[in-house]
Structures are given as C-alpha cells and as structure tokens.
Write a protein that binds this ligand. Structure first.
Ligand SMILES: [Mg+2]
Length: 384
C-alpha cells in the first residue's frame, strides 16, 4: 500500500528547549538545559543547540552537564505545554497526509504521494516555523531508514534528501553509527572487524557479518545498502502493540526483570496513548534459558493506558508464571483496544505531571539511544 510513497521523518529540533526559548525569548542565545535536578541523579532530557557547543548531550547527568557549562540555565520542564505544542504540530501534519506514524512526542514518520516528498517537507518546515515558531527538521526519502538519516544530516532547522541512488555518494562515507541499532556492544564488534564507515560495512562479506552478529548482521548489511523492510504502520491500524527484549546474557534476578518490564511498559504505553486507545488485554512473553517460551495474558475488567497500570499487570503475570530463572527474553503486549479519548495522552493533573515527565524522558532516551543502552545502564547500576 505504501510502496508508491515518499517517506518523511519530521523531528522537532531540541524540542523541550525550543519550547522554553519560544515562551521566554530572554533565553535566546543562552545554553538551556531541560531535565532533572543536578542534586540526585537527574539527567539532561533536552539541551539547546547553544548548550551542545559545550559538549552537553541528552541523557548526560545534569551534574556533569553543569560542570561543562556552569552558566547553563536549568529548567525542570513543562510537559503539559510540550504536549500541547506536539498536538498542534500533529494537526499541521494532518493537513498534508492522514498516514502518520508517531515515534515520540517530537518525531513522526509521514507517507505522502511519490514525488510529493520534497514539496511537502518544505511546506511542513515552513508551517511549523510560521504557525508555531518552532524549529523542525525533515528528512525525505523512499523508506524510513533513509528518511531518518537524511533528517539527522539536515539538522537543525532544515530539510534534507537522501534518495536510494545517492547512497554510495552520501551514505557510504558516513560513520557506521549513523545506522540504527548500533549500540555499544554491536559497535565494538564492528570496530573489531575494522568497520568504521557505512562503506566498510556495505563491502564486508555478508556471511562473516552473519556469523558474528547473527540475523542482526544481515539487517545491518541491508541498511548499509539502503534497504529497510520495516513497514510503515500507523498505530491506528495495529491490532496490538508490543515490545520485547532478548538479553545478551541470561538473567537470574527477578528485580532486574521487573525493571525491564517497566521499560517495556513505558514504550508500549507511549505508543498506545499516541493512538488515543486504551487496552483491555495485557500479555507477557517469557523465554527460559532452555528456549521454552510461554505467553500469559490478563484481560482486565476496565481498559487501561498508563505505563504504571501496564507495568503492574505485566509484573503480576511474571510473578505468577516465572517459575525458575534464568530467563532469556521478556516481552509486553497490549491488545483488545477500545477507543479511549485523547484525555489519556493529553490529560492534566499534578499527580500525573511527574509520571508524564518521566515517561517523556524515557521515551526520548529510548529513541535516541535504543533500549540496548538503557538496559545496560540499568544492569551496570544494579551490579555495583
Ligand atoms: Mg527532536
């Protein structure tokens, strides 16, 4: 259905920080950090481009960020305002196409008619700038992979193109880490193979990649050639939303599984809320180290949509059915959708505020660094 489409990735630049600059022009030109407090273990959720000049990045501990740039302005974030603007951006997207796949609060893929991609991208860029005063970057190509890379290269506040026929000239010279799905573990394996650029990867024997990286090697090899089989799927069309993680090593601790279930619940919950639906059925998937795999479901009297409700249900299923460690994989799925209202995603209330900020921060971290990194960070912390 989407074969004859151009794909756009629209990504608001330094979104939370840009909103703060928009609402308070006296912050213009200053390094602005949005995130947790420097006391405790707060991290930078978003930093303005000015702050990036000091080497500050998302997910960096706030304490470290302030040591790099003591004069930075630290703001704790106003999630309701960000959601309000995110919704307005969404309305602008809807002017141009009904085919929207939401990635996160500041990012979405759009499918438009073939050969309409560049014009649409320019129009969206201009509309978001003029209507809302926010900087946005848009990447245009034939699939999600190339649109995403085009967008990264265009940032900030610009439109970028990366067509399949330009892969050798424009994609191959880039460092291999521009491709998605390369966390620290895979990155190390690739550098052991002397693969530094996308070109190195594209010209490496595929068999050898598969021997070392398994099926992931085949996917990465495809990416290096600009191939991306991921479907364009609007969440509205989906019958279920799920996420799962396979562990690089067996897990023996129930507590760690609980943490991972929470991560998965936040990912699934975010996507569920973005559809405006609620879910009646939560399913846990669990694989033991002998590769026996079970799925166990719970259908609830009332449908749910919050991270914490999804987590509690999944955790309950795990505690009842986990039998003996070690475990190899866990997954969380929501299904049995009911049309909720947008209240779920855009609701207000002080007690929700904290959970919302946490959720959005996690959503951003997941998007930026992939779940591999988050899980590793957690495991490191646990092992101390
Ligand atoms: Mg962004």
């Amino acid at each position: 259905m989407m074969r004859n489409c151009d794909i756009l990735l629209c990504d608001l630049d330094a979104f939370f920080a840009s909103v703060e600059l928009l609402d308070n022009p006296s912050l213009q030109g200053k390094p602005v950090l949005v995130g947790g407090s420097p006391e405790g273990r707060g991290v930078v959720s978003t930093c303005s481009y000015e702050a990036r000049k000091y080497g500050i990045r998302s997910a960096m501990p706030m304490k470290k960020a302030l040591s790099l740039c003591p004069e930075a302005v630290v703001l704790k974030g106003r999630m309701e305002r960000y959601k309000e603007l995110s919704q307005k951006v969404r309305l602008i997207f809807e002017i141009f196409t009904p085919d929207i796949e939401v990635v996160s609060i500041d990012e979405a893929y759009l499918a438009v008619k073939k050969q309409r991609g560049l014009d649409t991208a320019k129009n969206i860029h201009m509309a978001v700038r003029k209507e809302l005063g926010l900087p946005i970057s848009v990447g245009v190509s034939a699939n999600k992979l190339l649109a995403k890379i085009a967008c990264e290269k265009a940032k900030p506040n610009n439109v970028g193109l990366l067509w399949p026929e330009e892969i050798k000239a424009k994609l191959w010279p880039l460092p291999v880490r521009v491709l998605p799905g390369i966390g620290p573990v895979t990155g190390n394996k690739l550098s052991n193979l002397k693969i530094a650029t996308v070109s190195d990867l594209a010209n490496h024997p595929k068999d050898n990649l598969m021997r070392i990286l398994g099926s992931h090697g085949e996917i990465l090899y495809g990416y290096a050639h600009g191939l991306d089989n991921r479907a364009f799927e609007t969440e509205q069309e989906a019958k279920s939303i799920s996420e799962e993680t396979t562990f690089p090593e067996d897990i023996h601790s129930r507590e760690i599984i609980h943490d991972i279930l929470f991560e998965l619940a936040t990912g699934v919950g975010y996507r569920l809320r973005s559809t405006g639906n609620t879910a009646r059925t939560i399913t846990l998937k669990l694989r033991f180290n002998d590769f026996r795999t079970i799925t166990r479901s719970s259908t609830l009297p009332d449908s749910i949509h919050s991270d914490i409700d999804i987590y509690k249900t999944a955790k309950g299923l795990f505690d009842r059915h986990c039998s003996k460690p070690p475990w190899r994989l866990v997954g969380v799925q929501t299904s049995g959708f009911e049309q909720g209202s947008q209240i779920s995603f855009f609701s207000t209330g002080p007690e929700q505020e904290k959970d919302n900020i946490l959720t959005a921060t996690r959503d951003k971290l997941r998007e930026k660094y992939g779940s591999e990194v988050l899980f590793q960070g957690r495991r490191l912390k646990k092992n101390k």
